[in-house]
Design a binder for this molecule. Sequence first.
Ligand code: PAF
Length: 294
Amino acid sequence: LNILRTIPAARRYTSRLRRPPRRAGRGTTIALVPTMGALHEGHLSLIRCARREADAVVVSIFVNPLQFGSSREAARYPRSFAEDLRRCRREGVDAVFAPTVRDMCPRPSLTSVHVDRLTAHLCGPHRPGHFDAVARVVLKLFNVCEPDTAYFGAKDFQQARMITQMAGDLNLRVAIRVCPTVRAADGVALSSRLRLLDEGERRRARAFPAALHRAGQLLKSGASADRIGREMQDVLEAQGVRVDYAGLYDPERLQPLRRAVAGEASRAGGRALAAVAGWIGKVRLIDNRLVFRR
Ligand code: PAF
């Protein structure tokens, strides 16, 4: 496992890989799995998918301070670098790119990356500046590592949709792959933040998949989007979750489906994205699921 601590080291490593062998036809294909560390089975499933599809896998581990609401929130984010390296080694990762904050976020930086519309709803209004910070750091990671493919989890649906759009809009060479959410046995979507919950809070987190399940049932029974949103909120609040949002969204445009589901969900091919975000104590969790009218 190569541990790359600086941008020049990562550039040297990936350009060496890319150089075609003297006689053979093509250079090595490179997959990038961008992470903030505290790796769990969800990340490992991205790494395994990358392993199957590319010759070399690079995992980036960088807790981007700019995408948190405050420096306190960034400081609280779980970190387990030594264990992350062990897991990467076990999964056959070729290199870990773990730059410093000073390297990745030099000041002043006068360039912003903003993906319009797709960030207007869901987490956008609740986390001002978050998606711009994610888009910027991901674009930087792409520029440094120059991957052929990059892997993101569907749990962060809005993030994945935004990055796919950015890659298309800016003609980036990288192909974006979005892999399914990995869930614990009780249905809770795996997330590094679950480590911050105590036992009782962890049990209450089951309200998130429960709210999504309820949304699926109600959509099939023909309930309106308004009613579905209210019932999802009730499921979460019954477990003491402070809800940021709960409802149905168009999975492409990420706009709320407000009117009767019959009209809008059928325009979206009978599909809707049921999505929730809320707080259990000091920990913010999100989850989503595609639900269908039939
Ligand atoms: O999903 C994450 O872990 C982060 O938002 C990402 C994509 C690594 C950017 O910092």
